[in-house]
Ligand binder design. Structure first.
Ligand SMILES: [Zn+2]
Length: 281
């Protein structure tokens, strides 16, 4: 099997129509055999004034929906938008003088708006999480409440949710919180995951070592770059060519089954998308 025989999905990448390369990054991905993209909105403060109300969240989300539409034009498959609120927004808001509960309410409003875009068919899934750095107890508690609100809204509209969290391999508690709110753990994706994870579905950052672990572990998984499309930080993360290159490498090493898992089966189970039917070469 050759890369031209399979869909190739990057599960988490950013395109920045304001400051970044935007469609050119999607073209680079396609030039290496990439076919499908999940385009995440950048943290709101990178695109517009810091989001503190519904209107600013809409402004950020509209930019991402447009970026995904434009990316679809240059792909043999297609792109979808994934919308939500970056967990680090809480620290920005608290730094500006909001209390943690006030910051929580603002961020939950953002998630309500994201859920609306999913319900309207403009976005495929949501994104939430909690800070990956140390915060005080009040901010941690408020962040967990934001994330759990995300689970509730994802359950309401019947979509998956990607999480940005601290590192680690045991997220059983988080998966259980989702299930307590009516969202199956197979609809919860930990973005920037290593190859081993318990709880949510792992979206593995495409380093060879971590992919090897994911292949050996033989569980559902996705592949991503978390490309940030930021001209001020070139090389800060993996580039848009990485997922197709790693797919080629997996195929060369005989891991056809793992490629099918990450690019056809897991996307279908998690998001309900058909990466084969939406591919026209
Ligand atoms: Zn990201």
């Amino acid at each position: 099997m050759d890369i031209d025989d399979t869909p190739v999905l990057d599960n988490h990448l950013h395109l920045d129509p304001v400051n970044g390369r935007n469609v050119a990054a999607a073209e680079e991905f396609a030039s290496q055999g990439g076919t499908h993209l999940l385009v995440l909105n950048k943290p709101s403060w990178h695109l517009v004034e810091k989001a503190t109300d519904e209107a600013t969240f809409r402004e950020t989300f509209d930019l991402t929906v447009e970026a995904a539409t434009a990316a679809s034009e240059v792909l043999d498959g297609r792109a979808w938008a994934v919308l939500g609120v970056h967990p680090a927004l809480i620290s920005k808001l608290v730094g500006d003088g909001y209390t943690p509960p006030e910051a929580r309410d603002i961020m939950q409003t953002g998630l309500d708006v994201a859920a609306e875009y999913v319900a309207d068919g403009e976005a495929l899934a949501m994104k939430s999480g909690r800070p990956h750095y140390d915060v005080d107890d009040a901010v941690w508690a408020a962040s967990n409440e934001v994330m759990c609100h995300g689970f509730e809204r994802a359950a309401d509209v019947g979509c998956a949710i990607q999480l940005h969290t601290e590192g680690g391999e045991d997220f059983e508690d988080v998966a259980r919180w989702a299930e307590e709110r009516g969202l199956d753990r197979t609809k919860v994706v930990k973005h920037y995951s290593g190859g081993r994870l318990s709880g949510p579905v792992k979206s593995v950052l495409s380093d060879k070592d971590e992919l090897e672990i994911a292949v050996e572990t033989d569980e559902p998984f996705l592949m991503e770059t978390d490309y940030i499309d930021d001209p001020d930080r070139p090389g800060a993360v993996l580039g848009p060519k990485t997922v197709p290159r790693r797919v080629r490498w997996l195929l060369e090493n005989g891991h056809e089954d793992a490629v099918r898992t990450a690019h056809v089966e897991t996307p279908a189970d998690v998001y309900g998308i058909d990466t084969e039917a939406t591919l026209e070469r």
